[in-house]
Design a protein around this ligand. Sequence first.
Ligand code: NAD
Length: 362
Amino acid sequence: MVLNICCIPGDGIGPEIVTQAKKVLDRVAETFGHEMKYTDILMGGASIDACGEPLTDEAIATAKASDAVLMGSIGGDTNTSPWYKLPPEKRPEAGLLKIRKSLNLFANLRPAILYPELRGACPLKEEISAKGFDMLIMRELTGGLYFGERKTVEENGMKKAIDTLTYTEEEIRRIAIKGFDIAMKRRKKLTSVDKANVLDSSRLWRAVVNEVAAAYPEVKVEHMLVDNCAMQLVKDPSQFDVILTENMFGDILSDEASMVTGSIGMLSSASLNDTKFGLYEPSHGSAPDIAGKDLANPIATILSASMMLRYTFDLDKEADAIDAAVDRVLKDGLRTGDIFSEGCRKVGCTEMGDAIAERIAR
Ligand code: NAD
């Protein structure tokens, strides 16, 4: 299979971690008989410096012409970088908003996995972390409260602010279908999170999720109120497989789930549209404090590449091979500085990439 991948190295540690992910993908291609075709585009600060804007229309056209986008991270030190003296629409992050919008990426996926070897970094009590967890939060990304009408008015001398939360059946249906498709590739359990005891939008959410569920009899579905879900994530995260939720609830719950893993350098993510196309990137930022020092943990980006193989290309065995190589490297005691603990061997970004690539096997 020929895989046309658009790469965005980006800023800060971005180029270093994308190089490692490509190295691992190349080893996968060699092992499983595929061909990786990469086309790099500029985005963020690198694009501002070269083209005067954070993402050009030509770069978007290149991204659209590919099968998937693999991104490092963008942005600089927000206190010192000259990029942050520009107006907001010209800053690095504007590139990210533009690409998400242009590619119609409405579904955001963030896995939160507690690796047994990294249990020490989990802030939860030992009896909870001992059970481990491996969940995926699927958040609606282009609707809801963040995109509804908003205004601030003055009534009788009192200011009043109004935000509106709107979802159409279609917006709910398309992400529910994605959620169930992905649950079918995992442990076949889906928890739909809403606030149906209060909100109309949540009652519609629940009804549409139930409608979609009828086509997936193998998937066990449960509905959970968002306040309960926030508690359950710290009480017993092992109960979750896929969590499906709307934009604002997902924003908050995905950060909570990331925190309980305790390891920012390990967290991958994907944003998908209604085709197989996706943008895959680590959940962390461009870490300007450690850029260019070979200190970054490339695992979040490597695991994002694994998600790309699984969700865009349906290459599940190849994705499993990457996930297993990451497991093995952790079992073998190799650690970048961010996940280092006593008794392990500290390695740099390049050596971590090499070690994972070497462990790719059929
Ligand atoms: P950050 O995630 O870049 O860094 C937070 C801390 O975690 C830093 O100490 C950093 O060294 C460490 N860290 C992050 N990733 C790491 C890795 N892979 N290995 C080892 N350590 C790692 O967050 P920040 O400092 O708030 O933001 C820096 C820049 O990144 C800002 O310009 C911000 O806007 C941008 N940002 C970009 C994205 C994106 O590209 N999607 C996401 C978040 C932040």
